[in-house]
Design a protein around this ligand. Structure first.
Ligand SMILES: Cc1cc2nc3c(=O)[nH]c(=O)nc-3n(C[C@H](O)[C@H](O)[C@H](O)COP(=O)(O)OP(=O)(O)OC[C@H]3O[C@@H](n4cnc5c(N)ncnc54)[C@H](O)[C@@H]3O)c2cc1C
Length: 405
């Protein structure tokens, strides 16, 4: 046994490299500081009253996290996908709603950066650095979680397009300053007719509806309707069709990595709260704290091992994405590990938040921290690609048949 790992009174110190990749400790501490001082303060009100966490998102941008995945000359952080993952996991321990809005925003900004024109980047990125929020309007009620198969369309109309689309869930609906709307360009000569349009909030014909849900209640992830919305040509992001490439290479990698980090943070936050509560609760009859019972300690251990297994996948996948980028390879090279990561993290958060609630007893069931983690974390497996779809793609890959029909 290494002496370095044993501190006073025989208490094992968990090595910092196990819970945070080397070189990212300072960034993690910065995120926890922001989480404690800002995100946590607004979290309960946001949850109980379905309040959009505008102040938290503004504070994240002011701290330099408005466009983290962009190059430094665009105001990015230049800490790669690993930095994005460390931030998302840390923030989620304090407020899952703010973190989810921030993850979707970061993905939207990355889509704009990857597929957009210089003019579009110059138009929108400065605002993003000051706290403007972006959203992704992809999923439609007609095709559910199959967000790569849409029924909406935007044919040419004068010097632009006429967009008609129903969207089932849009994180930051009605709150974002702009949306990347995915739709079909019916006149496209390409087999893949998907097209991305930039629609600013307040544009005529855009309506949003309230989000009333079990968890992530501050998210404003409600439906949106785009009715005869005129989108000028300068708001076409990328090409008229063929944009599924960006689903595989930008939307999915950013979304799957960021949301997985969020579920890992929610699980760790729930377990930390459960440990804290179990240490403090002492039974007068036995004189033992709840942590004095071996069965409870085993439950804590099982939960932490589950979290660490997911976190280690997270760091490994983030590193692989960073390597792909550095070597000029497509991020879609990492899709298979991303599917495993998202499925595992979203399953894990359901299991761990349940364990945290059980360890917390009736107190955990009262409106407050532990039950909130459980409600927030339950969204992961439902968010597209859902865990059922991902398991099917993983299974098909294992038996060496095409994953996508
Ligand atoms: C909190 C939250 C935020 C969201 N934010 C956004 C956002 O910002 N932008 C956006 O575009 N979307 C967003 N979504 C939508 C999300 O990505 C999914 O599209 C949506 O959750 C799927 O729900 P549905 O009711 O349409 O499911 P359905 O697709 O109708 O699925 C119902 C069930 O059938 C299963 N199923 C569906 N298809 C298959 C299949 N092919 N094989 C096996 N099983 C299948 C599903 O796994 C699920 O169990 C959000 C969703 C939530 C809950």
């Amino acid at each position: 046994m290494s002496n370095q790992l044993v501190v006073d009174e025989g208490i094992m110190k968990i090595p910092s490299w196990w819970t945070c990749p080397d070189g990212f400790q300072e960034l993690k501490e910065q995120a926890h500081e922001l989480g404690k001082s800002v995100l946590l303060a607004g979290s309960s009100n946001s949850d109980q009253n379905s309040i959009y966490p505008r102040e938290s998102l503004k504070a994240m941008a002011e701290a330099g996290f408005g466009a983290v995945t962009l190059p430094i000359e665009y105001g990015g952080l230049e800490r790669g996908f690993k930095g994005f993952a460390v931030l998302a996991e840390s923030f989620a321990q304090y407020c899952a709603s703010s973190t989810m809005c921030w993850v979707m925003h970061t993905a939207a900004v990355h889509v704009l950066f990857s597929a957009g024109s210089e003019e579009q980047k110059n138009r929108l990125v400065p605002g993003v650095l000051r706290g403007d929020v972006g959203g992704l309007a992809f999923s439609e009620p007609a095709t559910g979680g199959h967000f790569w198969n849409l029924v909406s369309s935007a044919p040419r109309y004068g010097n632009g397009y006429l967009l008609n689309a129903d969207k089932s869930f849009v994180t930051s609906a009605g709150e974002a300053d702009w949306y990347i709307v995915c739709t079909n360009y019916p006149e496209s000569t390409k087999e893949d007719k998907l097209m991305f349009l930039l629609v600013e909030n307040g544009t005529e014909g855009v309506t949003h509806y309230p989000f009333s849900a079990m968890g992530l209640r501050g998210n404003s992830s409600g439906p949106m309707k785009f009715e005869n919305v005129f989108v000028p040509s300068e708001n076409l992001v990328g090409d008229e069709g063929g944009m599924n490439y960006y689903n595989d290479n930008v939307v999915d990698p950013l979304f799957l990595l960021g949301t997985s980090a969020c579920w890992i943070g929610v699980a760790q936050g729930a377990l930390n709260a459960a440990i804290d509560g179990a240490k403090k609760k002492v039974h007068a009859d036995t004189g033992s704290s709840v942590t004095g019972y071996q069965v409870i300690r085993h439950e804590l251990a099982k939960a932490q091992i589950s979290i660490d297994s997911a976190r280690n996948m997270l760091i490994r996948v983030a590193e692989a994405l960073d390597n792909c980028k550095a070597n000029g390879k497509d991020l879609s090279d990492c899709l298979y590990p991303l599917w495993e990561l998202k499925t595992h993290s979203a399953d894990m958060v359901i299991q761990v938040t349940n364990q945290a609630l059980q360890v917390s007893g009736g107190r955990g069931y009262l409106t407050g921290q532990v039950e909130k983690y459980l409600r927030d974390g339950r969204a992961g497996a439902l968010m597209g690609p859902t865990n059922e779809i991902l398991r099917e793609w993983i299974g098909r890959t294992l038996i060496e048949v095409p994953w996508f029909e």
